[in-house]
Design a binder for this molecule. Structure first.
Ligand code: GAR
Length: 191
């Protein structure tokens, strides 16, 4: 029997990967539904985009909570209420803590704009550009307690052209992300 899985997409900013995932669902190339969009930035563009798509959102301000355990407890409640099967981090700029990790063990994935284990952390595209590497790329991996350390699921290389600027490199990397993330999620859901 075909059972369509429910995703929660977590994002802190623009939400272009969220849109790529939602469009793959609408086009029928990704068999899933987005049951919840979660953001730690109340003013983020991703929340506007989610509302325009008519999707349910959960927005929180981390500063209103005593600690990570407190806001992750509420997130887990919202995920459980929305019957979410998989957590998809798409530009969620925060480390996931034990509360969320244990509730969704093996079911949390992240996308990172470099070929891990190179250029972990913030501004991976800028780090690669400044290092002058000729090849960088995109990694999709399971999330564990570390920063960009979980088991790698998929990677794709992106060549840094000699004439490339930082902005052009970001565009090339994001074009790969927008194709590779929906494809990889679809593969994972079918396992
Ligand atoms: C993406 O490039 C993603 O790989 C990166 O944030 C961007 C979010 O863009 N994630 C990280 O750097 C995680 N360490 P988006 O909001 O337009 O999808």
């Amino acid at each position: 029997m075909k059972t369509t899985k429910k995703l929660a997409v977590f994002a802190s900013g623009t939400g272009s990967n969220f849109i790529a995932i939602q469009e793959a669902i609408e086009q029928g190339t990704l068999d899933a539904t987005i049951a919840l969009v979660v953001s730690d930035v109340p003013t983020s563009a991703v929340i506007e985009k989610a509302k325009k798509k008519g999707l349910k959102t959960f927005v929180f301000n981390p500063q209103s909570y005593s600690d990570k355990e407190a806001f992750e407890t509420e997130i887990v409640e919202a995920l459980s209420e929305a019957k979410v099967d998989w957590v998809i981090l798409a530009g969620y700029m925060r480390l996931v803590g034990p509360t969320l990790l244990s509730a969704y063990e093996g079911k949390i994935v992240n996308i990172h704009p470099s070929l891990l284990p190179s250029f972990k952390g913030l501004d991976a595209i800028g780090q690669a550009f400044d290092a002058g590497v000729k090849i960088t790329g995109v990694t999709i991996h399971f999330v564990d307690e570390g920063m960009d350390t979980g088991r790698i699921i998929a990677q794709e290389a992106v060549t840094v052209k000699n004439s490339s600027t930082r902005v052009a490199l970001q565009k090339d990397i994001q074009a790969v992300e927008h194709r590779l993330y929906p494809e990889t999620i679809n593969y994972l859901l079918q396992q």
